[in-house]
Design a protein around this ligand. Structure first.
Ligand code: ATP
Ligand code: ZN
Length: 226
């Protein structure tokens, strides 16, 4: 069990697409901080809230292990982590405490531009490059399609050109990256946005009250923007 903590700890992407908006969100809740020398922590000054700066892929695990209480992360990462742990039959379940409405993207299957799309059955027996094997695997099972995931941690969209895979299952926002690689999205398997993730139980040692305060301010800040 995690050591008792009386300050809330929030995991945020260190750099990348969600890092800056997540910090802006915390600032809009009235949080001020000073940064640790090694740029791992933001120590909250105005509220008992500290921020841990990490890779987005690590955020669900940090919450599940109780190292952090909440995290700002894409639903795509949260769902993939949840399925992985379901498959292993262990771990704390995580849930979406808030949907943030930015960081919007889709997890799409994309095929070479010159191929006609006749439906999911067309994927039978193909190699599908993806960084989201669990999410893809669930969708393929739902479709009753037997295909072969090829797990890559980056540059998924170049796999067909390299002959590593036949098609891809990748995150898409504008589709520009796919087009640049002569691929076109044909079906969406997950709609994603940034969310506040947390455990599916209340927090201990007074941290739930701090989280409630933070989320109330966040809801207020979101309303002001609308
Ligand atoms: P890290 O170094 O933290 O692992 P990363 O390269 O995995 O970073 P980013 O590319 O910064 O991650 O993307 C973070 C999140 O932004 C994605 O998980 C997704 O939820 C969201 N996102 C929004 N639009 C896109 C897009 N077009 N491509 C990829 N991710 C997107
Ligand atoms: Zn990542």
């Amino acid at each position: 069990p995690a050591q008792p903590r009386d300050r809330l700890r929030v995991a945020v992407q260190k750099s990348g697409r969600l890092g800056d908006p997540a910090r802006e969100l915390l600032a809009s809740c009235g949080l001020t901080w000073r940064e640790s020398r090694d740029r791992l922590f933001l120590y909250g000054e105005s509220l008992p809230v500290d921020v841990l700066l990490v890779r987005d892929d690590d955020i669900p695990g940090l919450i599940a292990d109780g190292v952090c209480d909440l995290g700002v992360v894409g639903r795509n990462v949260l769902v993939e982590h949840g399925l992985e742990h379901e498959a292993q039959g262990r771990g704390v379940r995580l849930s979406e405490w808030r949907q943030l409405g930015w960081g919007v993207c889709r997890l799409d299957v994309a095929i070479p531009e010159d191929l006609e799309w006749t439906g999911p059955a067309q994927l039978e027996g193909l190699r599908i490059a993806t960084s989201y094997p669990q999410t893809l695997g669930r969708w393929l099972r739902e479709q009753g399609v037997d295909a072969q995931p090829v797990v890559l941690n980056g540059s998924v969209e170049i796999a067909p050109r390299l002959g590593q895979a036949d098609v891809v299952c990748d995150l898409v926002s504008t589709g520009g990256t796919l087009r640049a690689n002569q691929l076109r999205p044909v079906t969406t398997i997950l709609e994603s946005e940034a969310v506040i993730a947390g455990p599916d139980h209340t927090l201990e040692d007074g941290r739930q009250e701090i989280a409630d305060l933070l989320l109330r301010r966040l809801d207020g800040a979101v309303q002001l923007k609308e």
